[in-house]
Design a protein around this ligand. Structure first.
Ligand SMILES: [Zn+2]
Ligand SMILES: [Zn+2]
Length: 276
């Protein structure tokens, strides 16, 4: 089985714990075929904007790819978050020589954009623990309306971690939110992914925690398939080398069971496929 890990962070991300060298060492030890380095465009550090980090991340990935001479493909990407809700100006990223752009919604910016008066701080985990269910449902609704906008309008290649709020609401805070309630909204996002020819990520980061879920899970991937979606990427979203690739073989088995035959990856922002 060829393993492509299309979502990972290095120390060029503020919360990244492993260097690019350590990530590549791990990928080689695991016999992976390719990795895509997708450091965050956030948060900004005063005097050292995130795009400077990304510029360095991209340059380092390209250097590493040359150095490894085909033993491991190292692609250069970025995880571009919160594009339409007070995120960074994305313009500098489009001037970089990127292989792949992940589009995602992270939560802190959403809080200030939609819930300026909420009393839980800007931390999704804290809110997931303390907020009442009605608030959390409103939050998830707002999340999907933003993600839909990203799928419809953003110039990105992949929609990342589609069920991201669940990692906190159900994973860490164990609130038992039933995502099925949001299927009509989720279907709109999935339809936009299909229509615009983007790929949908199966994010496996939950498999490295006690919360053993994919983002999204099998039910939603079946809905994507039924809507005509065939382009899927796999990504561990590892922030440390030990989590690289975790859950990807299991994700591929699940995808095959649904009917998917190929995985996608991006080079110079063009989609390529490999057979599962
Ligand atoms: Zn993310
Ligand atoms: Zn990420």
């Amino acid at each position: 089985m060829e393993i492509y890990d299309c979502h990972l962070h290095t120390t060029y991300s503020k919360d990244g714990k492993s260097t690019l060298d350590e990530m590549c060492g791990r990928a080689l030890a695991l016999g992976m075929h390719a990795i895509t380095v997708t450091d965050h465009n956030e948060p900004d550090t005063p005097g050292f904007p995130a795009y400077e980090h990304i510029r360095q991340s991209v340059a380092a990935a390209k250097r590493k790819n040359e150095e490894l001479g085909g033993r491991l493909q190292v692609y250069a990407g970025v995880e571009l978050a919160d594009q339409f809700i007070g995120g960074q100006d994305p313009a500098p990223y489009y001037e970089m020589d990127l292989d792949c752009i992940l589009g995602s919604i992270h939560s802190t910016k959403m809080y200030s954009a939609f819930f300026p008066d909420h009393t839980f701080g800007s931390d999704l985990l804290q809110s997931a623990q303390k907020a009442d269910m009605d608030f959390l449902k409103k939050f998830v609704e707002a999340y999907y309306s933003e993600l839909r906008k990203t799928a419809e309008k953003a110039d990105v290649d992949v929609i990342a971690h589609l069920t991201f709020p669940l990692r906190y609401i159900n994973g860490r805070a164990n609130r038992g939110l039933d995502i099925a309630e949001f299927y009509p909204l989720i279907d709109q996002v999935l339809a936009a992914v299909v229509k615009t020819g983007k790929a949908l990520e199966v994010n496996t980061s939950g498999m490295a925690t006690d919360w053993k879920h994919f983002m999204p899970d099998e039910d939603i991937l079946k809905r994507y398939y039924a809507l005509g979606g065939r382009f899927v990427t796999t990504g561990s979203d590892a922030h440390r080398a030990e989590n690289l690739g975790v859950g990807i073989p299991e994700a591929i088995h699940m995808l095959q069971k649904i009917g998917f035959t190929h995985g996608s990856y991006f080079v110079k922002r063009k989609r390529f496929e490999y057979q599962f």
